[in-house]
Design a protein around this ligand. Structure first.
Ligand SMILES: Nc1ncnc2c1ncn2[C@@H]1O[C@H](COP(=O)(O)OP(=O)(O)OP(=O)(O)O)[C@@H](O)[C@H]1O
Ligand SMILES: [Mg+2]
Length: 226
């Protein structure tokens, strides 16, 4: 198995037109080893979420290449990318994108079912994960019936349903009180320590960042050790 789970090679990314463009990355080279966690910190607007979107193959680089699990993604079709996302990546974003027509249980179980796992097995695993994030009584509720922090925890359960090798998390504790934030931190760090998952975490919480053991600051389009 390849021991690099995520690699940026000469990645360029800018937004906007020629007059008002926001240049975020001009040849970023960076990689994350399998089984390792890293926290990315940095000021608002420096490109942390964009970095995660590039890693998640939700944004394509203007130039350069992003490799996920050793696989170059630039030339892949949308269908293959979606397969990479479903099988390899667990995405926890600032905006959780739960499907509002579906219950908590359905939201968590669907990616597993869509990946071809039997319905009962998908639903059973979803129930376990929902319990793990402390929402066992909320399986039949709909996203609009939940608080922001509860939705964030549903998104976390959903991100873990397909046992992803690489977890990409954008401020996963941003809406949580101290107790629930701590529980989410423990859960994510345990997945790295005990199950060999890789974690790319963006957080504004210095304590959470420190707990990953490796903190990088995004500044001027480069990831600098803190
Ligand atoms: N789709 C887009 N179109 C135009 N500009 C964009 C787009 N996405 C991001 N940007 C710009 O790129 C810059 C970086 O955005 P990004 O969301 O990556 O920042 P961030 O580091 O995650 O900030 P925060 O800490 O506030 O979440 C911002 O100036 C933003 O306005
Ligand atoms: Mg952001």
């Amino acid at each position: 198995m390849n021991d690099i789970v995520l690699e940026f090679r000469g990645v360029h990314k800018a937004f906007g037109g020629p007059d008002e463009s926001v240049v975020l990355f001009e040849g970023l080279d960076w990689s994350l080893e399998r089984g390792k966690a890293v926290a990315v910190v940095g000021e608002s607007g420096t490109g942390k979420t964009t970095l995660l979107h590039l890693a998640a193959t939700l944004e394509r680089p203007d130039a350069g290449e992003v490799l996920v699990g050793g696989r170059a993604t630039a030339a892949l079709t949308e269908r293959s990318l979606s397969e990479v996302r479903t099988r390899t990546l667990g995405l926890i974003f600032q905006f959780h994108f739960l499907l509002k027509e579906f219950s908590v249980l359905e939201n968590v179980a669907l990616p597993s079912w869509l990946a071809g796992v039997a319905k009962k097995d998908s639903w059973d695993r979803a129930k376990r994960l929902i319990a793990l994030v402390g929402l066992e009584k909320r399986g039949n509720h709909y996203p609009h019936q939940l608080s922001g922090g509860e939705r964030q925890r549903v998104a976390l359960a959903r991100a873990l349903i397909n046992d992803p090798a690489l977890i990409l998390a954008d401020e996963p504790t941003g809406n949580l009180d101290v107790r629930h934030a701590r529980a989410v931190q423990d859960l994510l760090l345990d997945l790295v320590d005990r199950e060999g998952k890789s974690l790319l975490l963006v957080t504004h919480d210095p304590e959470f960042a420190r707990r990953t053991g490796r903190v990088l600051k995004l500044i001027g389009g480069k990831l600098e050790p803190v």
